[in-house]
Design a protein around this ligand. Structure first.
Ligand code: FAD
Length: 344
């Protein structure tokens, strides 16, 4: 174990609900915390966030503002709008996090810490249609439980290029009986599935799409390559998702077949003292309250690992020497590699 001083106990990458909730609970567990955020939350496209208990319908920006304000009440917490560019492990076992300022600022920060929490979320890629992002988050959505209630009973589209469109369509039919599936000539719907969708009154259009049509008032239809416009007032898309993890490649955390960071129940990754929470962990895109819950679990896991010794996946890689007793200061191989001067 290194006894090297670090600038801060924990660096959190991402100020979405996962990172903020980890930050809040870590601050309450006597950690110094620095949160970096690149200000690109995935839900920025929408005006209201639904389904977060006690905050149903709140604007995503407001939710973030409230979360940050709560964290900043605690001593030894800081938020820095910046893009994390790299994280590497130093010889002493601590982490060196390099981040650059936002909006073209040349300012660059290098910070050392004992523990890293990856909560940088996902980037979604929608089918390549000229106007689709214009309607995303208002007329078109991706999460059913988040947004289908407001679309109930309407003439909806499901647009996607994946092979799970039939299943998705059946799920959407809970909210409307006027649904058309658009495969854009790419998405897979077997003829068997097409027949069972037809039995439910759901049509499948396989022709490539030229664009989504509409104006300020919202979406009005889907224009096919042939020029035909199918009237639709909104609906759902099936994005592809990419984990925002390029900056942490050097750490070598284990990822699943979809590129998501594998974690145990406490958010431990395959690399000791690196934790992950939120949409960046399997099964991928979820909901705000789930990401927030995962962040809280990570904070609990970190405190356990510091004071009770490492167990779980890291014991196998020789990073832990077993429990050292509740309330004891971190000692031996099982303790975090450094402690910030501020919290000593
Ligand atoms: C359009 C839309 C609408 C949604 N509506 C709802 C809803 O109504 N209800 C609901 O419960 N869920 C909704 N969701 C889902 C919800 O937004 C996500 O599940 C949730 O935000 C995931 O939280 P997270 O903390 O894991 O990631 P995010 O909220 O995506 O936060 C990740 C943060 O990490 C930052 N980041 C990424 N890379 C870096 C880097 N290199 N350096 C610094 N910072 C970085 C990003 O800027 C971002 O702020 C919606 C999603 C979308 C796309």
């Amino acid at each position: 174990m290194s006894t090297a001083d670090v600038d801060v106990d924990v660096v959190i990458v991402g100020a979405g609900p996962a990172g903020l909730s980890a930050g809040l609970n870590l601050a309450r567990s006597m950690h110094s915390v620095l949160i970096f955020d690149a200000n690109r939350p995935r839900n920025a496209a929408t005006l209201s966030s639904n389904g977060f208990l006690s905050r149903d319908g709140i604007s995503p920006l407001e939710l973030r503002k409230l979360g940050l304000a709560e964290i900043e009440k605690y001593p030894d917490t800081a938020f820095q709008p910046a893009l994390v560019e790299s994280i590497r492990r130093s010889k002493s076992g601590t982490f060196v996090v390099v981040a650059s300022g936002l909006r073209g600022s040349a300012a660059r920060t290098s910070v050392t810490c004992s523990i890293v929490v990856l909560a940088s979320g996902l980037t979604e890629v929608l089918p390549d249609l000229p106007s689709i992002y214009h309607f995303y988050g208002t007329s078109l959505h991706s999460c059913l439980v988040c947004d289908a209630f407001e679309k109930r009973g309407q003439a909806l589209a499901l647009i996607g290029e994946t092979n799970d469109l039939a299943e998705r369509a059946v799920l959407i039919s809970r909210w409307t009986d006027d649904l058309i599936v658009f495969t854009n000539g790419v998405g897979v719907v077997t003829s068997r599935d097409e027949h069972s969708l037809a039995d439910r009154g759901i049509r499948v259009i396989r022709e490539p799409i030229a664009d989504v049509e509409g104006g300020r008032g919202g979406m009005t239809g889907v224009r096919l390559d042939s020029g035909e416009v199918i009237a639709r007032v909104g609906g759902f898309v099936r994005p592809e998702y990419v984990a925002n993890i390029g900056f942490a490649e050097e750490l070598g955390v284990k990822r699943d077949a979809n590129g998501l960071i594998e974690v145990d129940g406490y958010g431990r990754t395959s690399v000791p003292w690196v934790y992950a929470a939120g949409d960046i962990t399997p099964p991928g895109p979820k909901q705000l309250i789930i990401a927030a819950g995962a962040g809280a679990m990570v904070a609990g896991g970190i405190s356990r690992d510091e004071y009770l010794g490492i167990s779980g996946p890291w014991a196998a890689v020789g990073a832990g020497a077993g429990p050292v007793g509740a309330g004891a200061a971190p000692v031996g191989e099982s303790s975090a590699p450094g402690k910030s001067a501020r919290t000593r």
